[in-house]
Design a binder for this molecule. Structure first.
Ligand SMILES: [Zn+2]
Length: 73
């Protein structure tokens, strides 16, 4: 997976989040895979060889959690 750098993380989230409710970038979430609390704005984006993009945990690639693995504190 190749990391993609996102200029406008709010716009990217609006366009690519699987959820209807888009959180504010300053909100915090806990990643269920690495159990770490982080700010939404610290998310990373990775692209696989098929060209699909994934909104990933800030600890990626060490952590394989994506946006669907994040819960409210
Ligand atoms: Zn994680």
């Amino acid at each position: 997976m190749e990391e993609i750098f996102i200029d406008n993380k709010k716009s990217y989230l609006l366009a690519n989040s699987p959820f209807l409710e888009i959180p504010e970038l300053v909100e915090k979430r806990r990643c269920l895979h690495c159990d770490e609390v982080f700010k939404i704005e610290d998310y990373k984006v990775f692209k696989d060889i098929a060209g699909d993009e994934f909104i990933c945990c800030p600890n990626a690639p060490d952590c394989d959690g994506t946006i669907i693995d994040w819960v409210r504190e």
